[in-house]
Design a protein around this ligand. Structure first.
Ligand SMILES: [Zn+2]
Length: 288
């Protein structure tokens, strides 16, 4: 499809940059850590070549989806927490036949420094799940004051996580600081747990509410904005395809509600957006 290349198209195929937005009295900031390229047909196995021929705007020059890696800093006055902790410094090459390319990380602490929030100020790190591109910096002990919040079913089912890059040693380093959380629990002023299982056994999102606005941090329930229009498309790495499909539909329904902003940690450089169903454009409308 030949068309006018828009600024949004360019953002769909580059990794995210540091972005902040206000939500009522709160401030949220995307802290980029790195990037991983995803082979589109391998990562979303229900798609076809025809899908990607129709949507080249999502693919970089090598034909890959561009998945950002990072964390979300949530600030309320002088209090601060993180949702996910990136991959950490270094890289992880793919296994043979893996639809993902090399994972690269390492920038997250630079972003914290850039916004003037020392890691000692982080009082909690809430994980969407225990994959290595989400726990990243935490086992390295860089957040000395932070509780490590994990959905109860994710922690009790953590044996499923090992062998996907997360090691026993990483989980052992987290363990003394882990506090498990329940669906609906308020973990920070205005921040509640929203269980969205399927990608992993206990995958969870978080809903931040302030001043009549909501932000839904949906983690790896969706990896690409194209799934907003096709929530039936699972990721190859989903632990339970049936459960992940139900969670994707639930997340998209939540995003269609008024006064709601979505946050997709892996959504290229369009991590913040709203879902709109007017006209025939894509459902995911990135914030400027
Ligand atoms: Zn991930």
């Amino acid at each position: 499809m030949v068309g006018v290349v828009t600024d949004t198209d360019e953002r769909l195929r580059r990794p995210a940059t540091l972005r902040s937005l206000s939500l009522g009295e709160m401030k949220v900031t995307y802290l980029p850590d790195g990037v991983v390229p995803l082979a589109p047909r391998g990562w979303l196995p229900e798609t076809s070549d025809a899908v990607w021929a129709d949507h080249p705007e999502y693919l970089d020059e090598s034909g890959y989806l561009v998945a950002s890696i990072g964390g979300l800093l949530v600030q309320a006055g002088d209090r601060a927490m993180l949702i996910d902790a990136g991959f950490g410094p270094g890289s992880l090459p793919p296994e043979p036949g893996d639809p993902r390319g090399t994972v690269q990380g390492g920038a997250l602490l630079d972003g914290l420094a850039a916004v003037g929030c020392p890691p000692e100020r982080i009082e909690a790190v809430a994980f969407t799940h225990l994959h290595v591109d989400h726990i990243g910096w935490a086992p390295r002990g860089v957040f000395p004051e932070a509780d490590h919040l994990v959905a109860e079913p994710e922690w009790s089912g953590r044996s499923h996580i090992v062998a996907h890059g997360t090691t026993e040693e990483m989980l052992a380093a987290l363990a003394p600081r882990v506090r498990t959380v329940r669906d609906g629990e308020e973990i920070f002023p205005g921040v509640r747990v929203l269980f969205t299982p399927g990608h992993t056994v206990g995958h969870t999102g978080y809903v931040i509410s302030s001043g009549g606005q909501r932000l839904v941090a949906f983690g790896d329930a969706l990896h690409s904005p194209i799934q907003v229009d096709h929530p039936q498309w699972r990721a190859a790495s989903d632990h339970d395809a049936g459960l992940s499909g139900a969670s994707r539909r639930r997340v998209v329904a939540e995003l269609e509600r008024p006064d709601t902003i979505g946050y997709g940690v892996h959504f290229a450089d369009v991590v913040f957006g709203r879902v709109r169903r007017d006209g025939d454009g894509p459902g995911w409308r990135p914030l400027p």
